[in-house]
Write a protein that binds this ligand. Structure first.
Ligand code: ARG
Length: 594
């Protein structure tokens, strides 16, 4: 267990006995100590705020708390020293034996300190959600990578995670897409674009449609536009032949998505597909329901929901359009259906949507409307995990030099190629196959880590050189740190040394490493609460640098005492376990060697 979790309950008791039971639930404000100010491990800051509330002197309150702590035998077993500093801070130095024992425990029980959440939840999580026959761009890449990491973390904490890949597989463009597919032929090279460059397929269909729209006299281009429109109606009406064509389109798009997912190593499968089309049959009913209850009204021919809390420039409510004047349903209508489905059918507790930040207003408006309509159970909370934009080195939206969007497969391919360069420089003895595996792990790991190590809602600059660097806060640096420990352990095994069952801590650098290791469980729990994978990335980076400091100070294989060596090997083993496990929660593989 980490120190803060271990101390929290005892501090609540101490506060209660110092100030009275009504203060038991006050936040004790326990933080890691600022190492620049004190050699203590943990700081407790509650006394100042509490003193103000009860009208006492803060140092007096602090000493009453310390007295109560000293009277608690369990506290005295985990603490060496409690000291009052400044206006009433408590500086706590943990018992080194306690730290060592905790580290030994989380190594021996295999938990690494990660415990199941106190209350397990059902958590539908919407992520990736690309559009069929359109490019899957770096924005979708980021929601895929962040969402996948969150799904892994939440599962590790014991929650029931229900992945929902809300692909854009329905709507008016499908008329022209199906007609284009019929024209070029299902086995043509043009149709094959659906699996290699879907955006090109989409653009070709769009160009045909737009040209036909502009043609004079109308219809001179073979009525492509008229046929496309008719196809939309047939599709929405459930015409079997049209649905069969639509299915062909879907199959090929799925093949494309799965190619990307396979290369990325994300956990999404076909079973997680829950695209817009799945809600098609519910949309008319939702509109009727909302209209009959007066929640939606017809305005300029469109069925709209006006909500006082969402106003435009003129202070008039902006409409959420749920049925267009041509009778078609939109993105918002489908999202009324998703939130209802996830709340009622899936019984979601937290319902997580990992989607680009620009869609925040859409979600807020849709959920507020859904709430008014009773489409969200009071026990369910929808959450928008906002994904910031990915920018090019020029600070603008990420594009190729010619201004086109970057094809995701090309981008990932380049990451792998560049990583191959990094790998071949460092390890000459690897076979080509091994090298290819490592290049994929490092290249993809670098892209993922770059996505995950900045907070999900901030923008970041896509820069291959930076993300593939072997130093600094990068995926390859952490992978390298792990492989280095692997090789220490391998050399130890060759020499017949094995890790100790009990860790002992002599040097400061050993103690600092062990303390850092104890934090892992709390960090994973915090990511499960805050839905912020960058906290885990930041922790792993700190762990790797703490390990480096330990390794510089404390010889492992060359330790002059057998017990010290065995204990240090155990610290190495635990560090490796946490690094590999933490990276896997980020969806990043650790190479055997690199
Ligand atoms: N397909 C959408 C897009 O590419 C994202 C869908 C997100 N999920 C949702 N339930 N709206 O922008």
């Amino acid at each position: 267990m980490d120190a803060i979790s271990a101390l929290t309950g005892h501090l609540s008791n101490a506060i209660a006995s110092a100030l009275g039971d009504e203060w038991r639930d006050a936040d004790p404000v326990i933080r890691p100590a600022n190492k620049k100010q004190t050699s203590a491990d943990v700081q407790v800051n509650a006394a100042m705020a509490l003193a103000k509330k009860v009208g006492k002197n803060p140092r007096e309150v602090a000493s009453a708390i310390v007295e109560a702590l000293r009277a608690d035998d369990e506290v005295m077993a985990l603490v060496d020293d409690v000291e009052i500093a400044g206006p009433g801070f408590l500086n706590i130095t943990l018992s080194t034996d306690w730290v060592a024992a905790q580290a030994s425990t989380i190594l021996a029980d295999g938990s690494l300190g990660v415990a199941p959440a106190a209350k397990t939840e059902i958590i539908p999580i919407d992520y990736s959600s690309p559009n069929v026959a359109k490019e899957m761009h770096v924005g979708h890449l980021r929601t895929t990578v962040v969402g996948d990491s969150l799904a892994r973390v939440l599962e590790r904490l014991g929650h029931t995670v229900i992945r929902q890949n809300h692909v854009g597989d329905w709507g008016t463009p499908f008329g022209m897409l199906i007609e284009h597919l019929l024209e070029v032929g299902e086995d043509s090279p043009e149709a094959a674009l659906l699996e290699s460059d879907p955006n090109a397929f989409y653009q070709a269909a769009r160009t045909k449609f737009d040209t036909a729209e502009k043609a004079e006299p109308a219809g001179s281009k073979g009525d492509f536009n008229t046929r496309a429109r008719k196809r939309v109606t047939l599709l929405q009406g459930g015409d079997p032949e049209t649905l069969a064509h639509w299915n062909k389109l879907m199959e090929r798009s799925k093949a494309y998505f799965n190619k990307v997912y396979g290369l990325l190593g994300v956990t999404l499968t076909d079973a997680d597909l829950a695209g817009e089309s799945t809600y098609n049959d519910e949309l008319a009913g939702i509109c009727d329901d909302l209209e009959s209850r007066g929640i939606a009204v017809v305005s300029d021919g469109a069925l709209c929901i006006f909500q006082d809390e969402f106003t435009g420039r003129d202070d008039a409510p902006v409409p959420l359009i749920i049925r267009k004047s041509d009778g078609g349903y939109g993105y918002a209508t489908t999202d009324l259906a998703t939130v209802r489905h996830r709340s009622f059918d899936l019984q979601g507790d937290r319902m997580v949507y990992v989607v680009g930040a620009p869609q925040n207003l859409h979600f807020r408006m849709t959920w507020a409307a859904a709430d008014k309509a009773g489409y969200i159970r009071p026990e369910s909370t929808p959450i928008h995990v906002q994904i910031g934009s990915v920018l090019g080195k020029d600070g603008k939206m990420f594009k190729t030099r010619s201004g086109d969007s970057v094809l995701l497969m090309d981008l990932l391919g380049e990451a792998v190629d560049r990583a191959a360069g990094v790998v071949s420089e460092s390890k000459a003895e690897m076979s080509d196959e091994e090298r290819a595996v490592v290049a994929r792990q490092v290249g993809i790991g670098a892209v993922k880590y770059a996505d995950l190590s900045v907070s999900h809602d901030s923008e970041y600059i896509f820069d291959f050189d930076r993300m593939l660097a072997l130093t600094g806060n990068t995926g390859p640096y952490l992978q390298y740190a792990a492989t280095r420990i692997r090789s220490i352990l391998a050399r130890a095994a060759e020499a017949g040394y094995s890790p100790a069952a009990e860790i002992t801590l002599g040097e400061d650098a050993e103690r600092a490493l062990a303390l850092k290791l104890l934090d892992y469980g709390a960090v994973v729990a915090a990511v499960g609460e805050s839905l912020e994978p960058h906290r885990l990335a930041g922790y792993l980076f700190e762990l790797a640098t703490t390990f480096t400091a330990f390794y510089e100070k404390c010889p492992v294989l060359k330790a002059d005492d057998d017990d010290v060596r065995a204990s240090r090997l155990a610290l190495c083993e635990l560090t490796l376990g946490v690094l590999v496990d933490g990276l896997s929660l980020l969806g990043i593989e650790t190479p055997e060697k690199m």
